[in-house]
Design a protein around this ligand. Structure first.
Ligand code: SF4
Length: 175
């Protein structure tokens, strides 16, 4: 049987959504028989591949680098899933949105910093004015809210998709 190509992506999030994915414990074994994990923090792949069936994206879009990445991912993915509240609403990364970027960088890298204060410039990706949810930049087929979404919910969603069903999970929203 041909395996479904699945990718996971970590943008501006805390990795908690990926931890929840791993929290499936042994349930991940039957799932692993049906999917090929082609990209993500758990895979040693440098370039996002073409023709990915399902991509789960954790985190908000906060930097120009995130934006470039999500646009490429969108072009190469059939079903894009916003995984967790940061991807769905902006959530924690969006807490900085009331501050101008210059003030934010000053407060993080300069004010109250004892050793080598200074904004790092090109060493960190250029921030967008605000951290925003995925669907404001690209089409998203499914939103899976939660901070993080429970492992069981992620498992149910993926199993439904693999079975060719409309996801039955109550908390899943179509983007
Ligand atoms: S939704 Fe919650 S767990 Fe997931 S990346 Fe954001 S803060 Fe972390």
């Amino acid at each position: 049987m041909k395996k479904v190509k699945v990718a996971t992506v970590w943008l501006d999030g805390c990795s908690g959504c990926h931890m929840s994915l791993l929290d499936m414990d042994t349930a991940i074994i039957p799932l692993a028989r049906r999917i090929e994990l082609v990209y993500g923090p758990l895979v040693d792949a440098q370039e996002f591949p073409d023709n990915v069936d399902v991509t789960l994206v954790e985190g908000a879009i906060s930097s120009q680098e995130d934006l470039n990445k999500i646009q490429k991912i969108r072009q190469r993915t059939r079903t894009l899933i916003a995984l967790g509240d940061c991807a769905v609403t902006g959530n924690v990364p969006a807490m900085r949105n009331s501050l101008p970027v210059s003030k934010l960088l000053q407060s993080v890298y300069v004010e109250g910093v004892q050793k080598n204060p200074g904004v790092p410039g090109e060493r960190v990706p250029a921030l967008l004015k605000q951290a925003r949810p995925l669907r404001e930049f690209v089409k998203v087929e499914l939103c899976l809210p939660g901070c993080p979404p429970p492992a069981k919910t992620i498992l149910t969603l993926l199993t439904d998709l693999l079975d060719g069903k409309k996801p039955s999970t109550l908390s899943v929203k179509f983007g």
